[in-house]
Design a protein around this ligand. Structure first.
Ligand SMILES: [Ca+2]
Ligand SMILES: [Ca+2]
Ligand SMILES: [Ca+2]
Length: 446
């Protein structure tokens, strides 16, 4: 770099007092370096101040004897690196581990080299302390730390803490149900010397596009790329959110599933096996807007005794149907249904539990059976909008239902031991009756 061409431009820049400056991250107390030929150098002076970024330094220090020292030609923070090849791109760089290099400029002292032969400046990643010597061509060595009296140093404020720039992930809509969805990748901007602590809820994260996916805490440094993923909801128009926290900043990733569909599959609550459901009829736009398998406990009344519900209940809402139209729902389970299975529903009916119109229980919810066809693993039933089986009791293009196949349990068959006990009781009864008859005979003879 041709140093001889530099001073004029630099002089012009230094002729102006520092203008709008980003807040210095130098300690308000540990802010002095010492120059044998130039006295104290204040790295956080009033009206100036130096800011250390993970890749560069910028801002102004003040020397009583030399005036303003500028740490780099760039201002405004962000990501920056000084090539130090011309009179417009000079400054002090940070290699990300606290090792400084490049040139600062002082009108009085000329170029100040931060990585000279036999010297050099580094910032401790834990304590934030600067250490070492820089070299000024006009005023000699500048020392940044001394432990002997008078002890002094330049140090970072809040060393070890990281300041993370706000970030977010792009949310996604109309995603498929129950599917792994991966977010866009975000490059983290982190100031400060320490790594930022990273945490996640509701998903997993991956660093730099190749590492393992993790759901436990970790750390990130400036420039780390991160993306997150989660499984989308297994219902229509339903959100799932992942929140990634990095050093106190949160970014969220929200997916919303498609609004409706005529097919659904999910795990049944009783067995955990997957069952699939399809809807047909009801007109072109008629589709599930809610679909889920639920346990029996999801309804407020237990099902009738003597029935087993091996697959729990299927709960759905179909919308966009023709008013008064008929839909057919077919549920296919992983195993064959008992041939005597009936499709039980829990919900309100026009006539209520007593089955009679015009009585006080009309419209009340209860358990009842609707017509259904059982074939192998499948059960199929039809519901007319507003008729029996439609919980909203209204021909409004919406059909609401929850129910499931109930299988009548076989009557209990006595075991062999129970049979033996029954025979014994019968025998005793017979003997008792004979004894009674014998007594009567005796009495008659007397
Ligand atoms: Ca977001
Ligand atoms: Ca009634
Ligand atoms: Ca309806």
């Amino acid at each position: 770099m041709e140093r001889s061409r530099l001073p004029i431009t630099a002089l012009l820049m230094l002729a102006l007092l520092p203008g709008v400056l980003s807040a210095s991250n130098i300690s308000p107390t540990d802010k002095y370096a010492w120059g044998h030929g130039s006295g104290w150098h204040n790295y956080r002076p009033t009206g100036g101040g130096v800011t250390v970024y993970p890749d560069h330094l910028e801002g102004y220090a003040w020397s009583e004897n030399l005036g303003w020292l500028r740490l780099g030609s760039h201002e405004g923070g962000g990501t920056h690196s000084y090539p130090n090849t011309s009179n417009t791109d000079w400054g002090v760089n940070n290699d990300g581990s606290g090792n400084l290099s490049g040139y600062a400029w002082s009108h009085s002292a000329g170029w100040i080299n931060f990585s000279p032969s036999n010297g050099g400046i580094s910032i401790d990643g834990t304590t934030g302390d600067f250490a070492g010597h820089a070299w000024s061509e006009n005023s000699g060595w500048l020392r940044f730390k001394s432990d002997s009296a008078p002890a002094y140093k330049v140090a970072l404020e809040n060393a070890g803490e990281a300041t993370v720039a706000p970030f977010d992930f792009t949310d996604q809509t109309d995603v498929a149900l129950d599917t792994q969805v991966t977010s866009n990748s975000v490059t983290l901007s982190i100031a400060g010397t320490g790594p930022a602590v990273l945490g996640i809820s509701g998903g997993e994260y991956q660093l730099n596009g190749t590492g393992p996916w993790s759901s436990t805490a970790g750390t990130a440094v400036h420039g780390t790329q991160v993306r997150v993923r989660h499984r989308s909801a297994n219902n229509f128009n339903t959100q799932v959110q992942t929140v990634l926290s990095v050093g106190g900043e949160n970014g969220n990733f929200i997916t919303t599933t498609v609004a409706s569909g005529t097919h659904y599959s999910g795990q049944t609550p009783a067995s955990g096996a997957t069952a699939s459901v399809s809807l047909s009829g009801g007109g072109a736009g008629c589709a599930f807007t809610n679909a889920q398998f639920l346990p029996l406990s999801s309804v407020p009344e237990p099902p009738p005794g003597g029935y087993d519900f091996p697959h729990g209940l299927f709960d759905f809402t179909a919308e966009g149907c023709e008013a008064g139209g008929s839909i057919t729902v077919t549920i296919t389970y992983d195993t064959a249904l008992a041939p005597n299975a009936e499709y039980w529903k829990y919900g309100p009916t026009a006539e209520g539990p007593d089955g009679l119109p015009g009585t006080s229980d009309d419209g009340q919810a209860h358990w009842y059976v609707i017509d259904a066809t059982v074939a192998g693993n499948s059960v199929s039933f039809s519901i007319i909008d507003g008729e029996i089986g439609d919980d909203d009791l209204s021909a409004n293009g919406v059909i609401v239902d929850q129910g499931g196949p109930g299988v009548r349990l076989a009557a209990t068959i006595p075991t062999l031991a129970e049979w033996a006990r029954l025979l014994l009781v019968l025998l005793l009864l017979m003997l008792g009756m004979r004894a009674l008859r014998g007594g009567k005979d005796t009495a008659a003879r007397c």
